[in-house]
Design a protein around this ligand. Sequence first.
Ligand code: ZN
Ligand code: CA
Length: 317
Amino acid sequence: MKKICLSLAALLLLFSCQEDEKTVNTDARVSKRTCVSNEVLERQLKENPELAIKMNQIEDFTMNTMTNGRLVNGRIEIPVVFNVLYRTASENISDAQLQSQLDVLNADFNATNSDFNQVPTLFSGVKANVGITFVLDRVIRKATTKTSWGTRDAMKKNKQGGIDPTTPTTKLNFWVCTIGGGILGYAQFPGGASSTDGVVVDSKYVGVTSNSGSAYPYNLGRTATHEVGHWMNLRHIWGDTTCGSDLVADTPTHNTANYGVPTYPHYSTCTGTPVEMTMNYMDYTDDRGMYMFTTGQKARINAIFVSGGARFSFAQP
Ligand code: ZN
Ligand code: CA
């Protein structure tokens, strides 16, 4: 609340600034005390990275009330293209398996996942419904002779035997293939080339499979949830360094990545020794151990879909 007030104040100062400047030319004394709001705002943005997010939230609200099309009741609907590259029959996963992945994404991003109620009371005030939905656009399949595709985007290029993305500025492209090297998946953050934009998930870890299958404990489709989190600009919750920052205020500082399913409460040894939010999708736990995003993460996500945001094209009619 404090921050909203702060940014609103900053915005109001920006507007009042224009009037002041008219008087500046005619009076040398006045120019001394010309409006410094821009400098103030710049300083505040430097001191508080969350401010830009808050300000973008205001823009987001404005956009949602002003536009139609893909923003249905303020909700963004993202068309999904699955690009399936297969050598073996098991890599050529079924349409039903792909649909189970879409179902997981829709549940996780709309807080309808069945484990959402497992979020500890400590975090119940910040657990969030991101409110973005995913709709199947098309499935493209291609047979290959490659046994693994690596992490250098070969799967995204026709010329390298892969599949070029389909209209990546308005559709979220997934590549489903064997990555190799024990990698479950990887995503491109906002700001990268559109020719490689999207998310790669290893064929084995797409959608939901049995607890006794070989994908366990990564068998609940959460690799895609985590990777789409990155695609929407979310960082790892531990900030990719010891006691690092994920640029989100309402997630606690984690020492490092957590694996398996940590017993609650798991305490951080970072400043303030907070209880870690190991059940956040942006940690590294097993699929059954992750089941929430936060309000702060939602604000970061919303910021990329507003006018001027890196993925604004997905929010347009
Ligand atoms: Zn990650
Ligand atoms: Ca944080």
